[in-house]
Design a protein around this ligand. Sequence first.
Ligand SMILES: Cc1cc2nc3c(=O)[nH]c(=O)nc-3n(C[C@H](O)[C@H](O)[C@H](O)COP(=O)(O)OP(=O)(O)OC[C@H]3O[C@@H](n4cnc5c(N)ncnc54)[C@H](O)[C@@H]3O)c2cc1C
Length: 416
Amino acid sequence: MAVIEAASTLTDDELRTRLVEWLRENLPPLWVEAVEEGDEEKLHQARDLVDYNDWCARLGEAGWTTPTWPAEYGFLGLSGAQAKVVNEELARWRVPRSFNIIGIGMGGPTIMQWGTDEQKQRLLEPMAKHEEIWCQLFSEPGSGSDVASLATRAVRDGDEWVVNGQKVWTTLAHMAKWGLLVARTDPDKPKHKGLSYFIVDMKAPGVEVRPLKQITGDAEFNEVFFTDVRIPDSMRLGPEGEGWMVATTTLMNERAALSGAGSASDQNVGGGPVDAVIALAQKNGSANDAVVRQRLAQAVIEGRVIKMTNLRANAARKAGHQPGPEGSITKLFQAEYNQRLQNLAVDILGDNGMAWLPDDEATATTVRGFLRSRANTIEGGTSEIMRNILGERVLGLPKEPSVDRDIAWKDVKRSS
Ligand SMILES: Cc1cc2nc3c(=O)[nH]c(=O)nc-3n(C[C@H](O)[C@H](O)[C@H](O)COP(=O)(O)OP(=O)(O)OC[C@H]3O[C@@H](n4cnc5c(N)ncnc54)[C@H](O)[C@@H]3O)c2cc1C
């Protein structure tokens, strides 16, 4: 890693200056001009001059992709407040960011909390540099919301584990080098207690990945089959039988990542670009409609509410707390908010939202956003489950009845 030394001792202004210097040195001159002049057309042209993988590698190598990761492992070691400066400046420069979000947003924090020194040394750097893509192997055909009931088995064989079973909805498995895998290592224990957490090499013999095509036409997730896949014990994360605890770290970070917590502006919360929807309404004249105007105003207000809730959660994290159940508030609200916003966008498009000319990329992108947003209230835990978590852990309501919580997993009745 080639990060600036003692970055955490810099003032916000010094940090911003160092980052801008780095961006000027590393972006094509046309990009710098486009940002300085606010010229969208030039920026569009400049994008063709940047090789995405090479750019993500350089951004990661300099530490800007993962600003809060520790200096001890070659990263910048910045505070949450300093990271905000970095992310604001990167957003202003409109630079491409790595799509390796399951690694960077979920795997990295889990490895930092539970991993051995060797695991951290081996895995964090290529993750941050977009060289090794990660996926999350939790959900199974019979275990989604109740993921602790999962059936994929890992059986110890000397210094290795032999894994058999099936996962589903595995985002990015077709591109991944590593997977975050939860498997059952002790079926005699109740469901939460007999799990262990592994890092699996997705290129290992016996791993079969089958893409699933979704409503948008893309195939971003997959079915994954494991047949006698061998994982060295050195790739177990956390203690044997404590896989649920480790998985909870991943899930808390997933909810934080899906809650728009990383967004620097309330005008672009978690992929819901309010400004773009307002511009669309102004362009086609529907901004003159009183109901559309009210819905736009409501969207702006809700965006601000999410931003403020995220700021409170960030402040708690800055004070040294791990992401807690409050992540479920913004995960729930962000998912339902984004669906309302995308509905509004296609309502504004009117008939054009059903049929458009082949070169009308803007409309295609808006409709794709609408279709993709259907998944928001399912992925990372459904809205019903978020409400259960909030009821139990934030409001202190009685726990949902669970008949199988204390019986051995092998004795729980399930459909085969
Ligand atoms: C786009 C997308 C990407 C995904 N990526 C991944 C991934 O990379 N890795 C991964 O492991 N998983 C992934 N998932 C899976 C996701 O985590 C599950 O779909 C989700 O947890 C719900 O599980 P399920 O689909 O089995 O639905 P089920 O659990 O079968 O739920 C069906 C319905 O019943 C409701 N329900 C279930 N239990 C309760 C309850 N106790 N109280 C009230 N209502 C309940 C649910 O809310 C839902 O409406 C992804 C899903 C999507 C949509």
